[in-house]
Write a protein that binds this ligand. Structure first.
Ligand SMILES: Nc1ncnc2c1ncn2[C@@H]1O[C@H](COP(=O)(O)OP(=O)(O)OP(=O)(O)O)[C@@H](O)[C@H]1O
Ligand SMILES: [Mg+2]
Length: 383
């Protein structure tokens, strides 16, 4: 444990990724918006690759500069390998780091091709106006396609471990339940009834909608409703395939080698959100690894204010500048103490939750060097 990862009062990390992820095949990073899920996923991925494993990070919407630095620019849905220089002078064993950016639409297209009865049927759906809207935009499809893609990556056997960076969902369960929810919807009686051909017609939707369709057609110049009927008709027919897949994905998430990590910022709302996530997860058949508290303000453990000012005055040779620097130093120390209190309070809530403290780095993390700096804190050298 480096001094940087201890708080002024001595709260230290109890989550050790080397052991927690020793056998992991899937690592899921969840948490609120903007707390550093993508950065942490990439950092853990790099750390594991530096330990000799073949790693793929499935990321969602990474910050532009990081995406560019990793070679993801303009590449959707295809894993790209990040060239890694050995970080240790003696070379050491370096595994592989791959990254892939989730593209919900192409994942959907792949699924439709796989489960449609024929290439013609698939083409019909792919060209369908409603489908195009649905696959690209509808809420929840990102959650669904993320786990789908995860499944596909693992099936390929090209990686030892796949990290899943999740979209900033308000509810972790949205994402866990997405495959099952989609299947239930496709399988639902309501949908079947809506689409079931009645006396040669198109089902309730088709029959009841004649006048309405006519109006829409005239108003919009497009036959949207018949696209809708066609879309759900074909999708409904694929329900069995989706159902099997949903079960496979669910089983994958429940495997002991699938480890969930939560990421939070040292803010009351973020920690409360993480607490709620954890509670929701605890009723599930999943392996919870622990909480990463990211962007912690760090300060040396014990410092006497006067001694700091004297040392600064001597180093800077200017009392005024030294006083200002000392004041800034004091603010940082207070913030560090504040962060620590929040974490201590949080830990009192959920019991002995393993936590990993990651400091706020001097700069944004936007390239492999930045990620390597993060790795030092994600995988601190023992001792
Ligand atoms: N420990 C850190 N030190 C400094 N900067 C950091 C740290 N962790 C994350 N950042 C920066 O914070 C920003 C947000 O991080 P990131 O994109 O990983 O968050 P996110 O949780 O994935 O966001 P979203 O919910 O929008 O997907 C990025 O610019 C990243 O470089
Ligand atoms: Mg992100």
């Amino acid at each position: 444990m480096s001094a940087a990862d201890a708080t002024p009062g001595g709260v230290t990390s109890t989550l050790h990724l080397d052991s927690t992820l020793a056998d992991a095949r899937v690592v899921v990073l969840a948490g609120g918006g903007g707390v550093g899920k993508t950065t942490t996923a990439a950092g853990i991925g790099l750390g594991l690759a530096r330990r000799g494993r073949r790693v793929c990070v499935l990321t969602i919407d990474p910050a532009r500069r990081l995406a560019d630095a990793l070679g993801l620019e303009g590449v959707a849905d295809e894993p790209v390998q990040v060239p890694l220089e050995p970080s240790a002078p003696d070379g050491g064993t370096v595994g592989e780091l791959w990254v892939v950016m989730l593209d919900a639409k192409s994942t959907w297209d792949g699924l439709i091709r796989e489960y449609a009865d024929s290439p013609e049927a698939a083409e019909k759906v792919l060209q369908n106006r409603v489908y195009k809207e649905f696959s690209g935009a509808v809420a929840g499809t990102q959650e669904y396609t993320a786990v789908e893609k995860l499944h596909e990556l693992l099936q390929s056997g090209r990686w030892d471990v796949v990290l899943l960076d999740t979209p900033p969902t308000r509810n972790a369960l949205d994402f866990l339940d997405a495959p099952q929810r989609l299947h239930s919807f496709l399988d639902s009686r309501a949908l079947q009834l809506l689409l079931k051909p009645a006396s040669g017609g198109l089902g309730l939707l088709g029959r009841g909608a004649g006048v309405f369709t006519g109006l829409l057609k005239r108003a919009l110049g497009v036959d949207l409703l018949s696209d809708l009927v066609e879309f759900f008709g074909v999708l409904g027919g694929m329900s069995k395939g989706f159902g099997e897949r949903a079960r496979a994905v669910q089983a994958l998430l429940a495997e002991p080698r699938t480890v969930f990590l939560l990421v939070a910022a040292p803010h009351p709302e973020s920690l409360a959100e993480a607490g709620a996530f954890r509670k929701a997860l605890s009723g599930r058949d999943i392996t919870y690894g622990g909480l990463v508290v990211n962007r912690l303000t760090r300060a040396a453990r014990h410092e006497d204010e006067d001694a700091v000012r004297d040392a600064l005055a001597e180093a800077l040779g200017d009392e005024d500048v030294a006083a200002r620097a000392a004041a800034m130093h004091e603010r940082i120390r207070r913030q560090a103490t504040h962060d620590e209190r929040l974490i201590t309070e949080h830990l009192r809530g959920p019991g002995d939750e393993p936590v990993l403290l990651v400091p706020q780095l001097a700069e944004d993390v936007h390239d492999v060097e930045g990620l390597d700096r993060l790795v030092e804190h994600l995988f601190p050298a023992a001792g």
